[in-house]
Design a binder for this molecule. Structure first.
Ligand SMILES: [Zn+2]
Length: 122
């Protein structure tokens, strides 16, 4: 997960790395936390090929989002443009999460060493 073995890195290098990460941080406006799910389905027509051994309809793309206790909201994406936007939004979320995780790991290591999380000189 981490890109460098934190325990073997000097405190100064950790602080520099953290400063670089913080400088590079920006919150993408399209950020979205959800799962993109692809589904093939049977339709309601009794005589349709999908009812026998023929191919099902699809793919249909859904955005699944968890909220409250185990409850899930499923949103059908209606166009390929929406699917593209959803993919970009999920990628933006993953990128931000990765960056936050790395800063978090550096802060964890600084705490483990008994060093202050924010140095006087930054
Ligand atoms: Zn069908």
């Amino acid at each position: 997960m981490s890109k460098m073995p934190l325990a073997n890195t000097s405190t100064l290098a950790l602080r520099h790395r953290k400063a670089r990460l913080l400088r590079s941080f920006h919150l993408p406006p399209e950020i979205l936390h959800a799962s993109l799910v692809e589904r093939f389905m049977k339709c309601g027509k009794a005589t349709c090929h999908c009812r026998s051994s023929g191919p099902k309809h699809g793919p249909f793309f859904y955005l699944n989002r968890c909220f409250a206790k185990g409850q899930m909201q499923s949103l059908l994406l209606k166009s390929s443009d929406q699917v593209d936007q959803a993919r970009q939004s999920l990628a933006a979320y993953a990128q931000v999460q990765e960056l936050l995780d790395e800063i978090s790991q550096i802060n964890h290591e600084l705490l483990r060493r008994g060093d202050p999380l924010v140095a006087a000189d930054g």
